[in-house]
Design a protein around this ligand. Structure first.
Ligand code: FAD
Length: 286
């Protein structure tokens, strides 16, 4: 069977900017451990509305200085064109060449008076301002973005981001591999050829995962939810079960030609490494 992608599979790891000195010290160790796998890049999240602007910048610059590419997330909600232009110039000056372009969600109570409404406008702006200076990654939602009126509208909105100049997409996490395959096939049927990289969320505990999933519209299938409920507060058991479930998900995705994996690490190396070791796909994880 002809391979969908000509590039080798890419591994990437997502961090959030640490809030404390202890968090920063711990992230250095996590980064060191994950860097041994020689990922394509590390990405660093951005608080919508600019709340982590400096911390995201510092974290990105520090990671990039250690030799593996760092990709800042940049959300445009509540931003001005001038503000975004300044951020892009600052990153360009530091040699950053990848960016994850997002709309973002404003914290509740914060009203948007920004100049961008949707991520496609940000992608268009980045391309217009900086040409090909950045490789642009965007978000994709195989299980449909929670605010979208329906799956077709959401898909067309995703297509707008690609047409505006996105080079790759990273998906929201999911546990239904079929949702990813369906979305990826739909992209191909519609002439979208950029890599759609599955976002992988390791399972380490139930209540937090449940809360996150409610907010971002990720479905926890009934069988998985019921099994996790039975494990209750037994964190060790959840970690072993979660590792095995997510390993199988990753195996299925890679076997069926996913172009790579993007791990939402939550600034921990253990759960991600456990999955990669189990998977035995990236030999350096062993
Ligand atoms: P968009 O692509 O703009 O889509 C948002 C909604 O608007 C969708 O329902 C879409 O269907 C609709 N829409 C899009 N374009 C149009 C249009 N032209 N007309 C009408 N409707 C439209 N959030 C953060 O705050 N910081 C982060 O660092 C961050 N990182 C993320 C990384 C990944 C890989 C992913 C998957 C999500 C991340 N998020 C982050 C969450 C993201 O910001 C939210 O999911 C947000 O609600 C949507 O952002 P988006 O870029 O996908 O928006």
């Amino acid at each position: 069977m002809k391979s969908r992608y000509t590039h080798p599979k890419v591994l990437s790891f997502e961090f959030y900017p640490p809030k404390t000195e202890e968090g920063a010290a711990s992230l250095k160790i996590v980064h060191e451990k994950l860097a041994r796998l020689n990922p394509g890049f590390f990405s660093v999240t951005f608080g919508a509305g600019g709340s982590t602007r400096e911390k995201t910048f510092e974290t990105v610059v520090e990671i990039q200085s250690k030799g593996i590419a760092a990709a800042p997330h940049l959300s445009c909600v509540a931003s001005t064109r001038n503000g975004i232009r300044t951020i892009l110039n600052d990153y360009r000056d530091k040699g950053i060449r990848k960016i994850v372009a997002l709309r973002g969600d404003l914290p509740s109570g914060m009203l948007s008076a920004g100049e961008f409404r949707y991520a496609n406008e940000l992608v268009e702006f980045i391309r217009k301002e900086t040409g090909d200076a950045f490789e642009i990654h965007v978000a994709a939602y195989p299980e449909v973005h929670p605010q979208a009126p329906n799956a077709d509208a959401d898909f067309n909105n995703f297509k707008r981001k690609v047409e505006a100049g996105a080079d790759a997409a990273i998906t929201q996490y999911f546990y239904n591999a079929e949702a990813y395959f369906y979305f990826r096939d739909r992209c191909e049927r519609n002439g979208i050829t950029i890599p759609i990289v599955p976002g992988i969320m390791p399972i380490t505990q139930y209540s937090q995962l449940f809360r996150f999933s409610e907010m971002c519209g990720a479905d926890i299938p009934r069988w998985l939810r019921k099994r996790l409920e039975c494990l209750g507060d037994d964190r060790a058991a959840i970690q072993v079960f979660g590792r095995d479930v997510v390993t199988e998900l990753c195996r299925k995705l890679l076997e069926q030609e996913a172009p790579g994996l993007h791990f939402y690490t939550m600034n921990q190396s253990g759960p991600t490494l456990a999955i990669l070791e189990n998977l035995q796909f990236w030999p350096s994880a062993a």
